[in-house]
Design a protein around this ligand. Structure first.
Ligand code: DGL
Length: 270
């Protein structure tokens, strides 16, 4: 059975890969981290489109992948429509900030969306907001520099940026006018959720899209009869940067116990 390809600008998609492996334990995965070209989020659409095309073509040519998961909000926003047009026989699952479930479950109607500048400036995000924000107040918090700090395992920078952006995302609470739900609209951010939580009351809800993307991938594979029906799965790590660095990062981030994310409907997978 061919593997499922998963890619991100770097290690962020590992937060999605963890959910995919839990949901689909028999599948083989190839994870591609485009670390030599990361971060994507502050570089504009043309750059992200070119990188996404190159990575998709490499995964198809080298691994004959049976499906592709774009485990990056920025790449989904900029490039998924082109990838689908260029590879019509390849099922492609992407993701977008989980605004709809956030609006549906927020009690105060005040939500903050943390994401890259590229995602938040995109037409796709504007359309998402237009469709689902309704009467909710949705604050966009572009987290410049955070992906780069996570990629470099820069502990002090991660701590400082998490504090800064959580201050921008608040004030948090359950009173009128306070934010009770934060959407993690970049796949890197669940990796530092415990650091974000240090600047929030325990009841603040964080929503990310790992689990719904994994469920959507299962549905897509099942509908095409492409689900692996046995075997131990397996994982190949590949990237445009230093493989030893990626392997160390994967060991670091994948073994770290992640707190359970709030269950959200599959609507955030696109
Ligand atoms: N993990 C990517 C996302 O979900 C980060 C993009 C970047 O490289 O800035 O948007």
């Amino acid at each position: 059975m061919s593997p499922v390809g998963v890619f991100d600008s770097g290690v962020g998609g590992l937060s999605v890969l963890a959910a995919l492996r839990a949901e689909l334990p028999h599948e083989r995965f190839v994870y591609f981290a485009d670390t030599a070209y990361a971060p994507y989020g502050e570089r504009g659409d043309a750059y992200v489109i070119e990188r996404s095309r190159n990575v998709a073509e490499q995964l198809i040519a080298e691994h004959g992948i049976k499906a592709l998961v774009v485990a990056c909000n920025t790449a989904t926003t900029a490039a998924i429509h082109l990838l689908r047009a260029e590879h019509p026989a390849l099922p492609i699952v992407g993701l977008e900030p989980a605004l709809k479930p956030a609006v549906a479950t927020s009690r105060t109607g005040h939500i903050s969306v943390m994401a890259t500048r590229g995602t938040l400036a995109s037409a796709k995000y504007a359309a998402l907001r237009e469709s689902f924000a309704g009467s909710a107040t949705v604050r966009a918090v572009p987290c410049d520099g955070l992906v780069k700090a996570i990629e470099g395992l820069e502990t002090e920078a991660i701590a400082a940026l998490c504090e800064r952006y959580m201050t921008e995302a608040g004030p948090f609470g359950h009173a009128s006018g306070e934010v009770d739900t934060v959407v993690l609209g970049c796949t890197h951010y669940p990796l530092v959720k415990s650091e974000l939580q240090r600047h929030a009351p325990p009841a603040l809800r964080f929503i990310d899209t790992g689990a719904p993307v994994a469920q959507q991938t299962r549905r897509v594979l099942a509908s095409l009869g492409r689900l692996a029906d046995g075997g131990d799965g397996g994982l190949v790590l590949q990237g445009s940067g230093d493989l030893a660095v990626l392997e160390a990062a994967a060991a670091h981030w994948l073994q770290k116990p992640r707190q359970q994310s709030a269950a959200v409907p599959a609507v955030s997978a696109v």
